[in-house]
Design a protein around this ligand. Structure first.
Ligand SMILES: [Zn+2]
Length: 143
């Protein structure tokens, strides 16, 4: 029996860097209680079925300030989703209505609030959606 020993120091070390790319940039407004409970619950439930993977954020679908985040397991490739606020059956999300209401209640305008959100690095609602919600709010009867 013969052994052949090779000294690894004689070979140049190759280092492979994997750059982590961020798929979603900027900031978002979240209902922190809902978001944290939902995200931990999703990971926990998934880990019971798939012990080798973890959920990664791969995509975002936005409607104004409301975001739907798509998560994908890096092992079994199962897709799951989570919103930044609890989804409701209303036409407009609570956040979208709140930002229109808040803008008008403070005597501000679409462009002022748009600039504020730009500075905060939060994608804002479109002008069309803003005025559509404004029209909806104007028909609400306060009793
Ligand atoms: Zn998995």
């Amino acid at each position: 029996m013969m052994f052949l020993f090779i000294r690894i120091e004689e070979y140049p070390l190759e280092i492979e860097y994997v750059k982590e790319e961020r798929t979603i940039l900027g900031c978002r407004i979240v209902d922190i209680d809902y978001f944290m409970k939902r995200s931990m619950s999703l990971q926990l439930k998934h880990s019971k079925r798939c012990t080798s993977g973890y959920l990664q954020l791969i995509k975002e679908e936005r409607v104004g300030l409301q975001s739907r985040f798509i998560l994908k397991c890096n092992f079994c490739e199962k897709d799951l989703d989570i919103y930044n606020e609890e989804p409701s059956n209303e036409k407009s999300s609570t956040l979208n209505k709140a930002v229109v209401w808040g803008t008008l209640a403070t005597g501000s305008t679409y462009s002022h609030t748009d600039k504020l959100f730009s500075v905060l690095n939060i994608p804002f609602i479109s002008k069309y959606s803003f005025y559509k919600i404004q029209r909806e709010l104007s028909t609400v009867k306060i009793s």
